[in-house]
Write a protein that binds this ligand. Structure first.
Ligand SMILES: Nc1nc2c(ncn2[C@@H]2O[C@H](COP(=O)(O)OP(=O)(O)O)[C@@H](O)[C@H]2O)c(=O)[nH]1
Ligand SMILES: [Mg+2]
Length: 332
């Protein structure tokens, strides 16, 4: 067991997961450089390396927040589940792959948060090792101004520094383009120095982290609701935004009622979720604006017909005449 090592590679697409997994096993097993490979599935390879029985798992797309983050989240959860199943007896380290020479963007930070939601908030602290690829680039950058990789790591600030600290500076620089076996073997050696032999992330740890994945599913559901309600919000904007808009009063009250239904739905499903607050505020603002328009129209209606309209059952004041004779009104 101590000589039996399982490594799970995660990180954003293009950062060099497959290349690094290949460097670790000393074989071009995983295909690289394919951002849109149709067969993007997790793969695993076990091989005897430096006296170890090494299993590398290429967690394709795990931690890739992509451009359409929410759309891919369900798929990402499934990929994380598959990866954990592939690591039957757990994994010794979660290798988070970053690229040297590129900025640590918000997407990288989102990837870190996503991985925590998938595997548990302590995953980096307990099992995280960071691989920075493009060691060849690092060599070039430090040619004129000698600097060690450790020095470079210590100089980093902000979110990347927090991540480094969380991993207790378990960081390795990888040049995946090198043909020099000595360099390859040294990189592997540094990596293995950070790998815990006696502890593994198990399926129990993964089960314990279920609440994080539940939150992701909820967030996914919320983004669907947000998308669905967008058309309604746009419709309301067009109605209340145009001074000369002609809109039947009953349409306005319908819009008001639809907004209330969405509002109740969001309150029921996403109570306590901070990300829902913006949408709830938007609903409130739209309802206020609609209410004002409805009142204005009723005032015009009453003035022109000279009679008072009865109240409807709707939470927004309805006007009977809006559904009958004076169905269209110019909003000034
Ligand atoms: N120069 C250089 N390119 C690298 C290095 N590691 C990976 N790459 C390149 O980065 C691209 C993405 O690598 P890949 O392993 O497919 O990334 P993945 O999507 O995370 O699996 C490929 O074109 C690799 O050849 C490295 O150390 N140096
Ligand atoms: Mg890959």
């Amino acid at each position: 067991m101590a000589d039996d090592i399982v490594l799970l590679f995660v990180g954003r697409t293009g950062n060099g997961k497959s290349s690094t997994a290949n460097s670790v096993i000393g074989e071009k097993f995983f295909s690289t450089g394919k951002l849109y490979d149709e067969k993007r599935v997790e793969q695993t390879k076990t091989k005897k390396v430096d006296g170890f029985k090494m299993t590398v798992v290429d967690g394709t797309d795990i931690g890739d927040t992509g451009s359409d983050m929410n759309g891919d989240l369900q798929d990402t959860i499934r990929k994380a589940e598959t990866a954990v199943q592939l690591c039957e007896s757990g994994f010794n380290a979660l290798i988070f792959v970053l690229t040297y020479g590129t900025r640590f963007t918000k997407q990288e930070k989102d990837a870190v948060d996503l991985i925590k939601s998938l595997f548990g908030k302590d995953i980096f602290r307990r099992f995280g090792i960071i691989v920075m690829t493009r060691g060849d680039q690092f060599e070039m950058d430090t040619e004129d101004e000698p600097k060690t990789f450790d020095q470079w790591c210590q100089e980093q600030t902000g979110d990347i520094r927090s991540l480094f600290q969380e991993c207790d500076y378990r960081l390795v620089l990888f040049d995946n383009k090198t043909k020099d076996n000595q360099v390859l073997s040294r990189q592997r050696e540094v990596l293995l120095r950070f790998v815990q032999r006696d502890k593994r992330y198990s399926s129990k740890d993964f089960n314990d982290a279920e609440s994080g994945r539940k939150d992701i599913r909820l967030l996914h559901e919320f983004s669907e609701t947000e998308r669905e309600s967008k058309a309604l919000m746009e419709k309301i904007d067009s109605v209340i935004g145009h001074k000369k808009s002609k809109e039947p009063l009953n349409h306005l009250t319908d819009l008001y009622d639809q907004t209330t239904r969405y509002e109740n739905d969001v309150l029921k499903k996403f109570q306590g979720c901070s990300y829902a607050q913006g949408l709830l505020n938007n609903f409130s603002l739209k309802k206020m604006a609609l209410n004002m328009k409805i009142k204005e129209m009723k005032a015009v209606d009453i003035t022109s017909s000279g009679e008072s309209a009865p109240r409807s059952k709707s939470s927004a004041p309805r006007n009977k005449s809006s559904t009958t004779k004076s169905n269209t009104c110019t909003i000034l």
